[in-house]
Write a protein that binds this ligand. Structure first.
Ligand code: CMC
Length: 391
């Protein structure tokens, strides 16, 4: 019926109207609900930004206190969820585990199937915000052969996460405020990015009126891929490979330019930013500060800087408007904070969670129709069935 336009990768297709995130790819502007990413990253807490994204305005002191309290007191995860978790292999990728356990939450909170009850939806939102960091730290503890840590409700969001990650029963652990502040900033920078691949996935799954846990779980799956959130892990693995290979950045730039080679320079290029990624600018500065404050001397950072410089001077990257994106430097900070490489993408997921929630909520409140793209069929027109012994 009518004309169908094919737009692979939806490069020029808008799927919705949205009042959440403003993005100007030419000018490198990113704003959540009208507030600049630069201001929010510098001045706000991650939960404040989460509130802003989900409910539309910055919280008053009372609203913030209530939201924070709710999140703080729902961090404990049902012990039966741990039994599911314990069945995963010790070296399972934390993204697969997280996606499965978030999906499993729908079984523990069956009232999520009826997402039309606002009070229930509120609770699901709080539960997701509160419990996802707890689940994420389990993967790390298991990989280390250590017992998991239970949440500590006396700590703020970032400190509680760091405590669950790094505290050991045998020695005293104090959260370093420099580390907590850096984590807060990284989570804010990742909190929303309008209709990216994982967010579009959350909205599409949610558009069938599937429950919020399943919708977010699908988003986690989409984020895992190396062209999306998985790029932060790929970047560090690439920089380490360059280092192991004698530190010759040019060789990898040439490889990325070679059209007979699938290799891409991870952390470079963006679907919408065509001059610079504002998040990358903030992160580059933060990386320098954090490494200096923590006294970390990371040779991988030097390789990153040489590689960036060489690429920015190369005709191939210049003509295609390929610049470092948010993932180019985020892994370097995560490394300095002691977070292992295979957990970078789950860190991104914790950051993106309020964005996914806000977008899911907006889609349901606007009563959007089920997402159902069309196609142009290119297979055989019509064929006569051939019995198996005649093929
Ligand atoms: N290295 C080498 N060449 C590249 C790269 C790269 N990183 N990115 C794009 N190109 C080339 C691509 O080969 C194409 O060249 P040509 O015109 O000769 O065919 C041209 O630039 C346009 O690229 P595209 O693939 O059509 O662009 P896209 O908008 O579909 O893809 C992207 C955007 C982010 C998937 C892509 O730039 C990429 O794969 N980058 C590396 C992965 C990465 O860092 N992803 C993180 C993105 S930011 C955070 C997030 O979304 O999670």
């Amino acid at each position: 019926s009518g004309y169908i336009t094919i737009d692979p990768g939806f490069k020029n297709t808008g799927s919705t109207t949205s009042a959440i995130t403003f993005l100007d790819g030419e000018e490198g502007i990113l704003r959540y609900r009208g507030y600049s990413i630069e201001d929010l990253a510098e001045k706000a807490s991650f939960l404040e930004v989460a509130y802003l994204l989900i409910y539309g305005d910055l919280p008053t002191a009372d609203q913030y206190a209530e939201f924070e309290h709710e999140v703080r007191t729902h961090t404990l995860v049902n012990e039966d969820m741990r039994k599911i978790f314990e069945g995963f292999p010790v070296n399972a990728h934390p993204m697969g585990t997280l996606s499965s356990l978030v999906s499993a939450m729908s079984a523990f909170y069956p009232d999520s199937y009826d997402s039309n009850v606002p009070a229930d939806t509120e609770m699901h939102i709080i539960r997701l915000m509160a419990k996802m960091p707890t689940i994420v730290t389990w993967s790390y503890k298991k990989s280390q052969g250590h017992p998991v840590n239970y949440p500590d409700n006396s700590l703020d969001y970032c400190s509680n996460f760091l405590n669950m990650m790094f505290a050991l029963p045998v020695e005293k652990y104090e959260v370093d405020p420099v580390v907590a502040k850096a984590l807060n900033k990284l989570l804010i920078l990742h909190a929303d990015h309008e209709q990216n691949c994982s967010t579009s996935t959350v909205r599409l799954v949610g558009s069938s009126q599937a429950n919020i846990y399943t919708s977010i779980s699908a988003g986690i799956g989409a984020l895992w891929g190396p062209l999306h959130g998985g790029a932060n892990q790929e970047v560090i693995e690439m920089l380490e490979a360059i280092k192991a290979d004698g530190g010759d950045s040019q060789k990898y730039i040439d490889k990325a330019k070679d059209k007979n080679d699938d290799f891409r320079l991870f952390g470079f290029g963006h679907r919408v930013y065509k001059n610079f990624d504002p998040r990358a600018r903030i992160i580059k500065k933060a990386a320098d500060e954090v490494l200096e404050k923590l006294g970390v001397n990371d040779p991988v950072l030097d390789i990153a800087k040489t590689l960036e410089k060489a690429a920015l001077e190369d005709e191939y990257f210049v003509s295609r408007k390929l610049y470092p994106n948010v993932d180019f430097y985020s892994g370097i900070i995560y490394r300095a904070l002691g977070i292992p490489t295979n957990m970078f993408t789950v860190m991104f997921a914790i950051g993106r969670l309020p964005g996914w929630i806000a977008q899911w909520k907006e889609m349901r409140e606007n009563n959007e129709p089920i997402g159902r793209p069309r196609q142009i069929y290119t297979g055989p027109t019509e064929r006569d069935f051939v019995a198996m012994d005649k093929r």
